[in-house]
Each structure stands twice: as C-alpha cells, then as structure tokens.
Design a protein around this ligand. Structure first.
Ligand code: DX5
Ligand code: ZN
Length: 221
C-alpha cells in the first residue's frame, strides 16, 4: 500500500443517505483515497448505523477501495459476508476479539487487508505480538459510536508510540486515525505518524466537501 503521502478516507456516516449515490460520486471525483464505512451493531457501541446491503450498493458505484470499520461483537461471524458485499479492507476492534490472531488470519484468508482498531483507552503495546500480521491499525481518536465528537488530544502520543512499535518490529502496517479529524489537525496527525485520515463531519458537513478533502490532504504536504 502507498506510504509516501497521506491518504484521506471520508466516512459516509456523515453523508446524506437520501442522496447516497451523489455522495459516492463526489468521493469518486475528489482527491480522497478510500471510502470509510462504519458498521455499528448497537451492542459493541451504543449506536446502530448500516450494514451489508448498504455497503453492497455503495460498492457498485465506488471507484476507490472500501475500508469497512466494524464496530460489532463477534466480527468473525460476518467477515465472509463483508467480503462478498465489497470490503477491501476489513477492520475489527481489538476489544471485540477474543481470538484476534485467528480473526486477522481469517480476514486475510478471504482476500482482504486486515485492520485492527483500538479504542482510546487501549494501549498500542497490546498489538506487539500481531503487529507484523496487520495491514492497518486504526487508532480511534474519539470513543466509537458517533460522528461529530471532539478529538482526544492524547491520540498524538499514542500515534508516536505506535509508529515506534511499527518501526521496531519492522512491520508494514499503515496507521489510520478516526474521529474528530479535519483540516485543523491533519498536519499534526501526520507529523505524529498517521498515514490515513478518516473524516466524517469535516467533509460532509462542509459546504464544499471536495475542497474539505483537498484541504485535509494538502494540510500535510
Ligand atoms: C465513529 C466512526 C467514525 C466517524 C467519524 O465511531 O468510526 O468513522 O464517522 O466522524 P467524525 O469525523 O465526524 O468524527
Ligand atoms: Zn470509523
């Protein structure tokens, strides 16, 4: 995967669902790199979003990789279905996986890139023994469940620790940051080690979403 410049992944959680086709086309046209798709089950997180059929529809129009962020319990039960729906990268939460190593192997065995997400309270050191198996580490910079929350400042320190772990382990994982990200903190996040920036409200609540994406990408160059 591309490592040299920052990737931007707009989160469709903040999109206009009555106008989803046009929202997908906007991302296709824009400088964004991935579609970030947030799946919530009302159990792992206190909110329910969307699931397989919506992702399958998005996939039909998407001309960029679909980065599916599962905020669900027992993600191993659904990995094959998400592959079928169109996931290119499938991310499970560390806190939702009893057999994380097995889950990572399952995702890769299905032909997807494997991501592991960490809640704000989960230390990066817990990934020490799987870091070389992971394609993406998703660092939550808000508590998962809702868009539009305030960025947690401790994330910068966590990103530095994760960058160190990846370097020391000679691993290749990309670092993705999710929650409260926008043009104002993009530069500092990349400086702290981020490779992929997820942005929901900063993109879709903007009067000019394509420009917002451009700003997030250029804030770091
Ligand atoms: C939150 C989701 C995020 C969310 C980010 O649980 O994982 O992807 O959409 O939204 P913003 O960018 O508005 O914080
Ligand atoms: Zn997300």
């Amino acid at each position: 995967m591309e490592k040299s410049s920052v990737l931007v992944a707009p989160s469709l959680l903040a999109a206009d669902f009555l106008d989803l086709g046009n929202e997908v086309e906007m991302v296709n046209r824009s400088e964004a790199d991935w579609f970030h798709l947030d799946v919530m089950d009302g159990r792992f997180v206190p909110n329910i979003s969307f699931g397989l059929p919506v992702i399958a529809h998005i996939k039909k129009k998407a001309r960029k990789p679909c980065d599916v962020h599962l905020m669900i319990e027992e993600p191993e039960k659904y990995a094959a279905e998400f592959k079928k729906a169109g996931a290119d990268i499938l991310t499970v939460h560390y806190e939702a996986c009893i057999h994380l190593h097995r889950n990572i192997q399952q995702i890769k065995g299905l032909g997807m890139k494997a991501g592991v997400a960490l809640n704000p309270h989960t230390p990066v050191s817990l990934l020490e023994n799987v870091i070389r198996d992971i394609d993406v580490v998703l660092v939550m910079s808000v508590n998962p469940g809702f868009g539009g929350q305030t960025f947690i400042e401790q994330t910068y320190h966590k990103l530095q620790q994760l960058r160190q772990l990846i370097t020391n382990s000679n691993a290749h994982a990309l670092i993705e940051v999710d929650g409260g990200v926008g043009p104002e903190n993009a530069g500092q996040l990349v400086k702290a080690g981020a490779n992929v920036l997820v942005a929901g409200s900063a993109v879709f609540s903007s009067s000019d979403p394509e420009q917002a994406i451009r700003e997030i990408k250029s804030a770091v160059q």
